[in-house]
Design a protein around this ligand. Structure first.
Ligand SMILES: Cc1cc2nc3c(=O)[nH]c(=O)nc-3n(C[C@H](O)[C@H](O)[C@H](O)COP(=O)(O)O)c2cc1C
Length: 358
């Protein structure tokens, strides 16, 4: 079971629990790492201080390798005041209509500066760091390599995978069209970079020679093996771990995942200003979704953040950003360590079935 990739990372299974900003906890990450996979902390929205705290808590819970993930963004953002006012009016009107006692306000900052988050990551020094939304600079990458941190980039096309490989990343996570959460696309329009996993994996395997990690609606051990056959060194599962008790996803969201139909899973910009895959719920139907009608990421993300918190507290899944992959209803709510064991049992059984057929 210990593939060369798993051996290099010092983990037992070719299985990565995807970083999920806002939903991963040190408890989830440590449970997966202790069970032989690679747990990943989604730290994209965390302050530098919170990154250090969550890393320390993870370290206290596991001695096994784990990853910290960040969104590569600019340090500062400007917002068009008129656009912000217009969207705040729409958002506040929706909250009034839905009876939620919360209104938008102007935050202190649109997002924490990436350079400060990256400095905190370096200080925490996890064995693995993964990145989405853009490339690191060569200087940022070499600073991580000097600390012996294994670096994984995120790509949604072959060109993006090549860009990470040319930069010197150790591995690349291929985020296919099926994948839940924000699109990591940085070289194309989001709609042009919705490539299915069965196309993306063999195309990328032909073009780059660093390990490829498959991501996008992998929900069981059979799919992990299928990804491996198409060229993946490991599988990265997000939605599959969302309904674990250790995940901090809202209860209503965990419940909704189990009944999502694939035709209800769509590309949504209206929560954050950036394309993301999730459930077309009441909020999504009520709000504009075209980029020209919305402030960009992270401005809109910051404006909707208190509304989403209030919706979660009120049990209103239909007003939350219910990110999920296309195969969400295959989710199996159970403790993360159990899920890792089930996935690996299915993976072994699928592999034994193939051997019998050969
Ligand atoms: C709720 C949620 C949050 C996510 N947040 C992040 C993140 O912070 N960083 C990141 O690189 N990927 C993030 N992703 C994308 C995952 O890394 C991965 O590509 C995706 O979960 C794979 O598809 P699946 O959800 O169908 O398994 C997120 C996905 C979900 C579902």
């Amino acid at each position: 079971m210990r593939t060369p990739f798993a051996q290099r990372l010092g983990i037992d299974h070719p299985l990565i629990q995807a970083p999920m900003s806002g939903s991963t906890t040190p408890e989830l990450v440590a449970a997966v790492s202790n069970a032989g996979g690679l747990g990943s902390l989604g730290a994209g929205y965390l302050s530098p201080q919170a990154i250090l705290e969550q890393a320390a808590r993870t370290r206290a819970l596991t001695a096994q390798p784990y990853a910290i993930n960040l969104f590569v963004t600019a340090d500062e953002f400007t917002a068009d005041a008129g656009q912000v006012t217009r969207i705040r009016e729409r958002l506040d009107a929706l909250m009034v209509k839905e009876g939620l006692d919360v209104r938008t306000s102007l935050p202190e900052r649109w997002a924490f500066p990436f350079s400060e988050q990256l400095a905190a990551l370096r200080e925490a020094r996890p064995p693995v760091a993964s990145f989405a939304f853009d490339l690191l600079t060569p200087k940022q990458l070499s600073a991580l390599k000097r600390l012996d941190i294994y670096v994984i980039g995120t790509a949604t096309t072959v060109a993006e995978a090549k860009a990470w490989a040319d930069l010197g990343a150790d591995a690349v996570s291929l985020q296919a069209a099926e994948a839940g959460g924000h699109r990591g696309t940085f070289m194309h329009a989001a709609e042009d970079a919705l490539i299915g996993l069965f196309a993306l994996l063999p195309l990328a395997a032909r073009a780059v020679d660093i390990p490829l990690i498959a991501a996008g609606s992998i929900m069981d051990g059979r799919a992990m093996l299928a990804a491996e056959i198409l060229g993946a060194a490991a599988s990265q599962l997000g939605t599959a771990f969302l309904a674990c008790p250790e995940s901090s996803a809202a209860a209503a969201w965990k419940r909704d995942l189990q009944t999502v139909r694939e035709d209800q899973v769509t590309t949504i910009r209206s929560f954050s200003g950036k394309a993301a895959r999730g459930l077309r719920n009441r909020y999504v139907q009520a709000m504009p979704n075209r980029p020209e009608d919305l402030p960009p990421y992270p401005v809109l993300n910051a404006l909707t953040s208190p509304l989403r918190r209030a919706a979660a507290a009120a049990g209103r899944g239909d007003l939350l950003s219910e990110w999920c992959g296309q195969a969400a209803s295959l989710v199996r709510p159970m403790p993360a360590a159990e899920l890792v064991a089930v996935l690996m049992r299915e993976y072994s059984q699928a592999r034994a079935g193939l051997d019998r057929m050969a």
